[in-house]
Design a protein around this ligand. Structure first.
Ligand SMILES: NC(=O)c1ccc[n+]([C@@H]2O[C@H](COP(=O)([O-])OP(=O)(O)OC[C@H]3O[C@@H](n4cnc5c(N)ncnc54)[C@H](O)[C@@H]3O)[C@@H](O)[C@H]2O)c1
Length: 294
């Protein structure tokens, strides 16, 4: 029971990584306040929980809704011990040369400002909860491998997720005086609904698309299986727990190695520069051998 007597808040908790982490926290003794715009999903999560999960409708693009979620969580025991800023979606898909200003703002508000305001409205309830026992008061922000560079997600989302990393460091510095730790996790390619959530197609088709994406993800990185929400939940539990009591301002990449390097660096089946050079050398030697007189 790593989180006995803790009050935890998880945003975007109705699905995927947030749902899995909320379940883990609750299983291990926390009272979890789960915020999400998906009211049916949130109610189901709470009803089926093994432990204490309380759903609060919350749109993280709305500052008042974030504040209300934090106030509700703090109402139980006079404070908040753990905040996981997790809610997000893929945002605007356009490249930088075509993005509309309103779509840029929407993505920044959803992916980056939501994290800043989650911290802003939770911290007044976290000061004074910073016992060094059992992990103390702390925050885990969900960034992404998209923060490392282009190619993993749309541009606006990637920029916002890079912002989440920098925000994590700045907040860790700002909040150290209150004994509050702040860290981030950077998931790789994880099988959740995020890829199909914004598709304008019926639910059954989304399921088919999710299955196809799961198939692709099983072979997309050096660890040859699809990433699961539980892989990220375990990393968040480490950062939020007593074992990480000396860890702040850092980020944990949990990606099955997808950011290690180009595919040819880890997949012997994939041709790269060096295998091409070896082949060239063999061909040249063979030609030279053919040309040499007996
Ligand atoms: N799945 C991946 O491969 C992956 C990779 C890197 C980072 N992430 C990040 O992990 C986090 C969780 O994503 P997921 O993969 O579990 O996706 P998901 O779609 O399964 O879950 C996201 C949840 O956030 C909620 N949400 C969306 N907009 C919201 C809003 N305005 N207010 C409140 N809740 C809102 C959704 O309703 C949903 O329940 C996100 O921050 C995402 O960017 C995911």
């Amino acid at each position: 029971m790593r989180f006995s007597d803790k009050i935890a808040v998880v945003t975007g908790a109705a699905s995927g990584i947030g749902a899995e982490t909320a379940r883990l926290f609750a299983r291990e003794g926390a009272i979890v306040f789960a915020g999400d715009i998906d009211e049916a999903g949130g109610a189901k999560l709470a009803a089926e929980a093994e432990g204490d999960i309380r759903f609060v409708p919350c749109d993280v693009t709305d500052p008042a809704a974030i504040e209300a979620l934090m106030n509700a969580a703090a109402g139980v025991d006079g404070g908040i011990d753990i905040l996981m800023n997790n809610a997000a979606a893929g945002g605007a898909r356009a490249n930088i040369d075509e993005i509309e200003p309103a779509d840029w703002d929407m993505t920044m508000n959803l992916v980056l400002r939501s994290v800043a305001l989650g911290i802003r409205y939770a911290v007044p309830h976290m000061k004074g909860r910073a016992s060094t026992k059992n992990g103390g008061a702390n925050i885990v922000n969900v960034s992404s491998v998209a923060a490392v560079g282009p190619g993993y997600a749309p541009t606006a989302y990637s920029v916002a997720k890079a912002g989440v990393l920098h925000l994590t460091k700045c907040a860790a510095a700002d909040l150290a005086q209150f004994g509050i730790r702040v860290n981030a996790v950077q998931p790789g390619f994880i099988n959740t609904n995020i890829f199909t959530a914004s598709l304008d197609v019926p639910g059954e088709m989304k399921k088919l698309a999710n299955a196809a994406i799961a198939q692709i993800s099983s072979n997309a990185q050096p660890v040859r299986r699809g990433g699961q929400s539980a892989d990220i939940a375990e990393a968040v539990a480490y950062l939020a727990g007593a074992g990480a009591g000396f860890v702040t301002g850092t980020s944990l990449i949990v990606d099955g190695g997808i950011t290690l390097g180009p595919r040819h660096s880890w997949d012997p089946e994939e041709p790269g520069l060096f295998s091409a050079l070896e082949k060239m050398e063999e061909d040249m030697k063979a030609k030279a051998g053919e040309a040499a007189p007996d």
